[in-house]
Design a protein around this ligand. Structure first.
Ligand code: Z5A
Length: 215
């Protein structure tokens, strides 16, 4: 039986990586083989493209060129990792996917939706998520978490983290808009609460929407 494909979306510091780790552990306890991955990235080529994108090296080329690079990374990720894993019956948990392009490069970056449709057809094809969590936090909360993490690690904000707060709020609204348009795929979770509370909701939704089907 084919596996399940779950994506996690939301603004910076929403807690996507944290929740993916927790869900993977819980599914693993049920004997389900899980692949944890992220975008941009997930394969050696896509990870190289990630470095270029997040360094800000190509920011001056504009959001259209960035969208093409995200799509190139995604095409390799889907071909070499996501599709084979699903075909083998694994569950794939992915930190960001095409909704991030729709939000960062589309709704907020201004790239035309028809251009993004075309890139999506090439990069994603039929490999669409079974379920997408939109982890929703006010931008200020997410950025506070990111800053605390950077202070601990001594790191620098990346090309997108250093954008102004109004842009972050615009992205939050754009994710909510996508979720409202596609309720059969997307579920919004209030991620400003504790990690445990968010993980509880995520598990309940996975159990209801996917585990019952798989049983
Ligand atoms: N991007 C794009 O523009 N177009 C695209 O198509 C794609 C991506 C795919 C990737 O960066 C960037 O690329 C991204 C969009 C753009 N923009 N940025 N920046 P990334 O992968 O490096 O960053 P990210 O996806 O935003 O991840 P993040 O900042 O690490 O956030 P997160 O994964 O959602 O959060 P976390 O790592 O789980 O948690 C952050 C901190 O908060 C950490 O210290 C946790 O311990 C803490 N945390 C987590 N949950 C909680 C709760 N519930 N309460 C309190 N503290 C918490």
């Amino acid at each position: 039986m084919a596996g399940k494909f779950i994506t996690f979306e939301g603004g910076d510091g929403a807690g996507k990586s944290t929740q993916i780790r927790r869900l993977a552990r819980r599914l693993g306890e049920r004997g389900i083989h899980v692949v944890e991955t992220r975008e941009p990235g997930g394969t050696p080529i896509a990870e190289s493209i990630r470095k270029v994108l997040l360094s800000g090296m190509v920011k001056s080329l504009g959001p259209e060129a960035e969208a093409m690079l995200f799509a190139a990374a995604r095409a390799d990720h889907v071909d070499r990792l996501i599709r084979p894993a699903l075909a083998a019956g694994d569950w794939v948990l992915c930190d960001r996917f095409f909704d991030s392009t729709r939000v960062y490069q589309g709704a907020v970056g201004g790239v035309d939706a028809r251009e993004l449709d075309a890139l999506e057809r090439v990069a994603v094809g039929r490999n669409r998520p079974d379920l997408t969590f939109v982890l929703d936090v006010p931008a200020e909360v997410g950025l506070r978490r990111v800053r605390a993490r950077l202070a601990e690690s001594g790191g620098e904000p990346d090309r997108f983290e250093s954008d102004e707060i109004a842009l972050h709020e615009g992205r939050r609204q754009a994710f909510l808009d996508i979720a409202a348009r596609q309720p059969e795929r997307c579920v919004v979770v209030d991620a400003a609460r504790s990690e445990d509370a968010v993980a509880g909701d995520v598990w309940r939704i996975v159990a209801m929407r996917l585990l019952q089907q798989a049983a």
